[in-house]
Write a protein that binds this ligand. Structure first.
Ligand code: CTP
Ligand code: MG
Length: 196
């Protein structure tokens, strides 16, 4: 990819991040059991992470995100191949690199780990579970997802993300919209307590 196909780049980066976006959504469904911090508090009197961060969410979201990636890998051929002009020389088999499951894991686990890290800081700021911290809530998961994939993904991420300004700009714009949209749906369906 050489930055000549901005629209294709934008679609690709959103496609790539689907396991990360959905990992969070799946965690809301599977979550709620076995708080990771086991109810423990720090010196500031607040919970380490709070009841919103559980093993069932972390595990369910990670496994769920990997399954989502697997579905994309096996059923995304027409999508990837149609966008091919922008990613010449790639097909769906090579698209995810040599270690697709490692990538799915890093994207999904990274998203949940980012969300968990943010909760740690929210508790330090005396914010209760579910309290709003707009900027952090919207970007925490995507940042850690990208970071883990960048460090541990064996150079795979770099080929798609750090090519001109379009991919990162797309994430910057689309992430809050998708995040918010999915959460409102979850709220309406009754699986999420707050619409953010
Ligand atoms: N969830 C979970 N385990 C995780 C992540 C999420 O069980 N690792 C579930 C929890 O039931 C949580 C819900 O998904 O309440 C929504 O997630 P989120 O908005 O991230 O948590 P909050 O309840 O808002 O808590 P916090 O203030 O710590 O973000
Ligand atoms: Mg929240």
């Amino acid at each position: 990819m050489d930055g000549e196909y901005p629209l294709a780049q934008a679609f690709i980066v959103l496609w790539i991040m689907i396991p990360a976006y959905l990992a969070n959504t799946i965690a809301v469904v599977t979550g709620g059991r076995f708080p990771i911090d086991q109810g423990k508090k720090l010196g500031d009197g607040n919970r380490i992470l709070g009841d919103g961060k559980t093993w069932s969410g972390l595990l369910g979201g990670t496994i769920g995100g990997i399954i989502v990636g697997y579905v994309q890998l096996n059923f995304g051929t027409s999508f990837v191949d149609n966008i091919e002009p922008g990613i010449a020389g790639t097909n769906n088999e090579t698209f995810w690199g040599d270690t697709p499951f490692l990538i799915f894991f890093l994207l999904a686990f990274g998203a949940l780990f980012g969300d968990l890290t943010a909760s740690f800081f929210k508790r330090r700021l005396n914010l209760n579970r579910g309290d709003k911290y707009t900027l952090l809530d919207m970007y925490d998961f995507i940042i850690m997802s990208l970071l883990l994939s960048f460090i541990l993904g064996g150079g795979w991420l770099q080929t798609w993300i750090f090519d001109g300004t379009v991919p990162l700009f797309t994430l910057l714009i689309a992430t809050p919209i998708l995040h918010r949209g999915v959460n409102i749906i979850g709220y309406k369906l009754g699986v999420k307590n707050e619409p953010w």
